[in-house]
Write a protein that binds this ligand. Structure first.
Ligand code: SF4
Ligand code: SF4
Length: 343
């Protein structure tokens, strides 16, 4: 293997021919860290149902082809989510994957929901930092290696989302996702609200209610902090109110990623796609505004190194502009404090 902090950047646009060529160069650059013949998990995000900004399936298909060519046994996976939509239950998630072109037939390998169709295929793994003694994640670590493919983009709570977030929220069980989101609550700007009721319809916990013609209200006791109402409000009338502060969320995100990393260090590679960089993540349906030009693909061996380099290439100001006030830099300072850094 090369140094854990090494990265390779290949410029390209989001056009299949040149994007696949750039991806192939990165894949061929990797010193493959998987044991001979291993089952290798390809972690992807196939997008919320109806989302149109997620990475197209041709990236995953090429990774699968590369793994098979190397004699490995690939499988593609993601996990279920907290909110209603098309990925809360395992069967729904697989149907969403199929609709977005991530079916076994299209990709050439099994496609799975790693926390199980019932959400119970999870395991508690040691953490031991400030927030979590253990974290609960999908039980996927019998795999001999991992390729983690992340769409690098903005995020309403994390500021940006890349490899760290994909290891963290992306591997977390629904309970662990909830533990990370626990401090987030919706805050209503009545001046912008049209009382359309969408926030009530999408709330998975019954916390958002509307009585008659009144404005929506939100029950803190029932709210699980999933932020779905905030992300889907058509008038941007809701924003996140942090019961502690956003830095705590960033720390929880990093702790979960660091715990997952300890189980895959030395047998994982990371690819960030700095393409169609949107303001929000692919967990929202529909089109999201693009906030930066296409840059290309970045490969590496450590999630913190890959995300740091992705931010440098895309430009920190892009995320400061899209999500002012979020303390996303805490991801890096906290990663350093807990020793979650390339060797
Ligand atoms: S979705 Fe937004 S605009 Fe519609 S009722 Fe809720 S807060 Fe108001
Ligand atoms: S009120 Fe809470 S639980 Fe309901 S959608 Fe909003 S953030 Fe999620």
């Amino acid at each position: 293997m090369k140094g854990e902090g090494d990265c390779l950047f290949k410029p390209c646009l989001l056009e299949e021919g040149q994007a696949v060529a750039a991806l192939r160069e990165i894949l061929d650059w990797f010193v493959v860290p998987f044991p001979k013949g291993a089952r290798v998990g390809v972690k992807v995000h196939w997008g919320e149902r109806g989302n149109r900004s997620h990475l197209p399936p041709f990236f995953t298909r090429e990774i699968v082809r590369w793994l098979k060519g190397g004699g490995f046994e690939p499988f593609v996976f993601d996990t279920t989510v907290l909110y209603s939509g098309g990925r809360r239950k395992g069967e729904e998630a697989l149907e969403t994957a199929r609709r977005h072109g991530f079916s076994p037939g299209a990709l050439g390998c099994p496609v799975t929901v790693a926390d199980g169709l019932d959400g119970l295929a999870v395991v508690d793994i040691p953490a031991g930092w400030r927030h979590f003694p253990t974290v609960q994640v999908a039980d996927v670590f019998s795999a001999g290696g991992f390729v983690v493919l992340s769409h690098f983009k903005g995020h309403m709570a994390a500021g940006f989302g890349g490899a760290i977030k994909n290891l963290s929220m992306g591997f977390a069980s629904r309970a662990q996702k909830q533990r990370m989101h626990a401090d987030a609550r919706p805050f209503l700007n009545r001046g912008a609200c049209t009382r359309c009721g969408l926030c009530v319809r999408v709330c998975p916990s019954g916390a958002a209610v509307m009585e008659g013609e009144d404005y929506p209200s939100f029950d803190d006791g029932l709210c699980i902090g999933c932020a779905q109402c905030i992300g889907l409000c058509p008038e941007a009338a809701l924003r996140i109110f942090w019961e502690t502060d956003n830095g705590v969320f960033q720390e929880k995100l990093v702790e979960t990623a660091a715990a997952v990393w300890r189980l895959m260090e030395g047998k994982a590679v990371f690819i960030n796609a700095l393409l169609r960089v949107t303001a929000e993540c692919d967990c929202l349906p529909g089109e999201n505004p693009v906030i930066a030009p296409d840059r290309g693909l970045l490969g590496g061996y450590h999630p913190v190194a890959v995300d740091r380099e992705s931010l440098r290439i895309v430009g920190e100001e892009v995320f400061e502009g899209a999500h002012p006030g979020l303390s996303w830099r805490r991801q890096f300072t906290y990663a350093s404090e807990i020793g979650f850094l390339p060797r």
